[in-house]
Design a protein around this ligand. Sequence first.
Ligand code: 5GP
Length: 176
Amino acid sequence: MAAHEIGEVLVQPEDLQRRVGELAERITADYAGRSLLLIGVLKGAMFFVSDLMRRLEVDCEVDFMAVASYGSQTSSSGVVRILKDLDGSIEGRDVLIVEDIVDSGLTLSYLLRTLRARDPASLEVCALLTKPERREVDLPIRYVGFEIENRFVVGYGLDHAERFRNLPYVAVLAGH
Ligand code: 5GP
């Protein structure tokens, strides 16, 4: 991995872990006595959902969805294609969508619409990162890890053309 490709580190590994722990504590309290279905959005949320799930102290299950947005690589068009759908039904379930990053919000808005139509008992969102400056649609994001500035970031699951997911921190891609 060429060091010159990675710019400023925005979130260090220990800060990621501390925040994941705090979110897990809140979610554990909010869902006490219920059974929770986590929906990890692939591939970006892979480490986030697995770290978060390990720290939850409520009865929980996990399922995965993979989506791709049509259009250019670094901006969302809001037209979303489901690459992999859930394995099971969410009807009557308490569902928590676990997302890597919410940028314009168009991808999440599509996911919320699609999943709401399947009649879950409740539907909330937990996003590791958000870029409030870029938001085009107002979305109810119940749990947020970090608000970041409007820069393209990689690491901790987030990629650029499939690379850099393995970085243990969240960093700006050099030149972005
Ligand atoms: P939105 O529809 O909210 O504009 O875009 C959401 C999707 O775009 C995210 O799930 C992610 O795949 C991608 N994305 C948005 N911003 C970034 C970023 O800074 N870094 C990376 N790696 N992906 C991003």
